[in-house]
Design a protein around this ligand. Structure first.
Ligand SMILES: CC/C=C\CC(=O)SCCNC(=O)CCNC(=O)[C@H](O)C(C)(C)COP(=O)(O)OP(=O)(O)OC[C@H]1O[C@@H](n2cnc3c(N)ncnc32)[C@H](O)[C@@H]1OP(=O)(O)O
Length: 719
């Protein structure tokens, strides 16, 4: 809807009304068309101001309408009508002007923004392009290079940057609507021809071909298979090379291919999934809207290794007072220096003062006595963590929430070491903890709703995308990673090379294949875990066949490389070779290939031809199958939780939505059929055996992913 009123005698004021972000739904578009017509037809009105209700200009097209039968007036003619008006129209931008919201403002003759407003054309993040003239008007207004930067990245800019670029005409720190009305009165009656952006020639840029070639190359590289950024470049190129109307035709054509694409569906799913994970719930009935978090002013971090340092930085940057504890004096001093450096660099990047005084350091665990919440981040060793939890339980004030940063250890067991197990939760950060967006908040059967709510709220404050998950080995992300890695090893045994496996995964859209990733994070990390689990052991040590452990097929390839001291980048050798220890450019290693040949010969394995499709099916469907088991076990509330964890923490390409969304796009029947096929070929690999939830979803007609929660509830109630 849009409301119309007359202010200051001769200014028509149009107010967009569609909370919370005044998205341009059919009703809002109709409202704008009607009110603009009314204002232009009113002889008393000399100028028009468009604003949004509740201090928010407009969040763009209504994303919920995409994929439905869209009705109502179209944006393009609506914006043209505004631009063609014979009375000045001023956009009063408070809060946000994003996507179609900014395109609407670009159709106005003038733009006045509040200093705290943010503007942008983020359509590319939804798999689209700004198709209400944004790709044609913005380059005409601010030039091709700046427009390319904003449109291909979907970056939000501040009002100050918008003023500097020429996107807005005035910035105010006070009443934006009053300033816009004043502005409108000051320009009423003046000629408008020079204010219609569509009539501008695109500012000249030298060597346009070279510019677009360079940008296209960069965009292709960073897009990792996403099509929208490429279409954005093509649309801006049309603005730079074609007359406006032809450019608009090109924009429309490009949008038509994007609008119905699977990638746009995936990215829009991801947008809503990110918001859905904030509405968390647990099987015990705790919920985001009924569980009250405890206030956290003082937080403590125990253990200042790489993870602890990152967590301390993230907490301080979020404005909390932080007590950082490391028992060894020398390590404490090193950590202090490192944390201060990270805070200083972060502050410089963000143009703020470093929060150095927010962090105090101690080598005594008793220093955390007054903390509202403690995050233990010591070495991943259960015995050590147990000791720390017993100490924390003794020294902390009553009510302190105790969190463990672990990538998969039993949170419930740690809780049992304390006097108040209900106050214990896991907070699984991802390295580097002050950079990575993902946080798994792990609740045990005894964790109170308040403890979960406190950790979830703290995650939000730290700028994380927090996902509440149940307590199981590896939680969600690492539990699903296990079958994925296992398949990659098995594929090497069967004839693949690290290069082939990585190529398949990188072409799929992962930033790095599994073997390059293993070289980066260090092969010794997994080796230590496998040793602790009694899996990695010298050949013949337990009298078991080399490729069987605990009754199941096992590949000792990773262990054998570690025994050779090949830990990846840090030692200059791993699945690939590097020019030096710590080198980052992987190249194929002939030693590794002959090692694989020798290994196969020793175990009587005959290498066969493996194609990229098999790599994808074996690795990804095994991972997805585990995702279904996680859903079946009630470790997460819905598929969105898994998808967000994989997109934000594990490099799953966002334009593919996440593993569970991807499975629904491929078709559950197809995933089931291929898992059955691979399990038949490898009956000794339980992870390839389709899980019963997948079978049950297929028998229920393979519902789309947004209906799985509902189907899960029904299936569970039938058990
Ligand atoms: C011809 C095509 C022309 C144009 C195409 C477009 O305009 S595409 C849309 C472009 N706009 C965007 O991409 C903006 C998307 N929204 C956001 O980035 C954020 O929501 C925003 C506006 C910065 C606000 O962030 P905040 O953290 O304050 O709130 P939150 O994200 O939780 O959003 C609140 C609720 O609003 C819903 N919502 C937001 N934007 C839209 C939208 N454009 N359409 C529909 N709904 C939108 C969001 O889902 C939240 O809903 P809830 O039910 O509370 O989860």
């Amino acid at each position: 809807m849009a409301q119309y009123s007359r202010v200051s005698g001769s200014v028509g004021l149009i107010t967009l009304q569609n909370p919370p972000v005044n998205a341009l739904s059919a009703a809002v578009r109709q409202g704008i068309v009607d009110t603009v017509k009314r204002a232009l037809g009113d002889p008393e009105v000399k100028a028009v101001v468009i604003r949004g209700q509740n201090g928010v200009f407009c969040g763009g097209a209504d994303i919920k309408e995409f994929g439905t039968n869209m009705s109502g007036p179209h944006l393009v003619p609506m914006i043209h009508a505004i631009e063609a008006a014979n009375k000045p129209v001023v956009a009063a931008i408070e809060g946000i002007a994003l996507g179609g919201g900014l395109e609407l403002a670009l159709g106005c003759h003038y733009r006045v923004a509040h200093s705290k407003a943010r503007l942008g054309l983020p359509e590319v993040t939804l798999g689209l392009l700004p198709a209400a003239g944004g790709t044609q008007r913005l380059p005409r207004l601010i030039g091709v290079p700046a427009a390319l930067d904003l449109i291909t990245k979907g970056r939000h800019i501040t009002a100050a940057e918008a003023l500097q670029l020429g996107v807005v005409d005035q910035v105010t720190g006070h009443g934006t609507v009053d300033a816009a009305v004043k502005f409108a009165l000051s320009v009423a009656g003046k000629p408008l021809d020079a204010r219609r952006i569509s009539t501008y020639p695109c500012p000249r840029t030298s060597d346009l071909d070279a510019l677009f070639e360079g940008v296209m190359q960069k965009v292709r590289q960073s897009a990792r298979g996403a099509i929208a950024p490429i279409a954005c470049v093509q649309a801006v190129r049309a603005a730079a090379t074609l007359p406006y109307l032809q450019g608009m035709e090109r924009e429309k054509e490009l949008m038509a291919t994007l609008f119905t694409s699977g990638q746009a569906r995936a990215l829009q799913y991801s947008f809503f999934a990110q918001r859905a994970v904030g509405r968390w719930s647990t099987p015990s009935g705790a919920r985001w809207d009924t569980s009250k978090p405890r206030p956290v002013h003082i937080a403590a971090v125990i253990g200042l290794g790489t993870m602890g340092r990152g967590i301390a930085v993230a907490l301080a940057q979020a404005g909390l007072s932080v007590i950082a504890v490391e028992t060894q004096e020398k390590q404490l001093m090193e950590a202090k220096q490192a944390v201060s450096g990270m805070l200083e660099r972060g502050a410089k990047r963000r143009g703020v003062a470093p929060a150095l005084d927010k962090v105090s350091y101690s080598h005594d665990i008793k220093a955390v006595a007054d903390a509202d919440l403690v995050i233990e981040a010591v070495f991943e060793d259960m015995a050590l963590k147990r000791t720390v939890f017993r100490q924390l339980s003794a020294v902390c004030k009553p009510g302190t929430v105790l969190c463990t940063n672990t990538s998969g250890l039993d949170v419930e067991h740690l809780a049992s070491q304390t006097r108040n197990p209900q106050l214990v939760v896991g907070m699984h950060f991802f390295a580097p903890a002050h950079v990575m967006k993902l946080l798994e908040v792990v609740y045990g059967p005894q964790s109170s709703p308040q403890a979960v709510a406190t950790a979830m709220q703290l995650g939000k404050k730290m700028g994380k995308v927090s996902v509440a998950v149940g307590n199981c080995r590896g939680f969600v992300g690492n539990r699903m990673l296990k079958p994925y890695l296992e398949q990659a090893f098995f594929l090497l045994e069967e004839g693949a090379t690290p290069e082939l496996v990585d190529r398949a995964l990188e072409e799929f859209g992962f930033p790095m294949g599994v073997f390059k990733m293993s070289d980066l994070s260090g092969l010794d990390v997994g080796w230590r875990v496998r040793k602790a689990d009694g899996l990695a052991e010298p050949v013949g040590a337990s009298g078991q066949p080399a490729r069987i452990r605990q009754g199941q097929r096992y590949s000792p390839l990773g262990d054998l490389l570690c025994e050779q001291g090949r830990f990846g980048q840090k030692t200059g050798r791993g699945w690939y070779q590097y020019d030096k220890s710590g080198g980052q450019v992987a190249s194929s290693d002939p030693w590794l290939h002959s090692f694989l040949e020798g290994y196969r010969a020793m175990h009587g394995l005959v290498a066969r031809r493996i194609d990229l499709q098999e790599v994808l099916e074996r690795c990804l469907y095994a991972l997805i199958n585990e995702g279904f088991r996680i859903l079946e076990d009630g470790i997460v509330a819905g598929p969105e939780d898994i998808d967000i964890i994989y997109v934000f923490g594990y490099g799953w390409p966002r334009h593919r939505g996440g593993p569970m969304f991807y499975a629904s796009m491929v078709g559950l029947e197809r995933v089931l059929e291929r898992l059955e096929h691979h399990h038949k070929a490898h009956p000794d690999v339980p992870h390839l055996q389709p899980c019963s939830l997948l079978r049950r979803l297929v028998s229920s007609g393979s519902p789309p992913v947004h209906r799985w929660r509902e189907v899960l509830k029904k299936l569970n109630s039938q058990l």
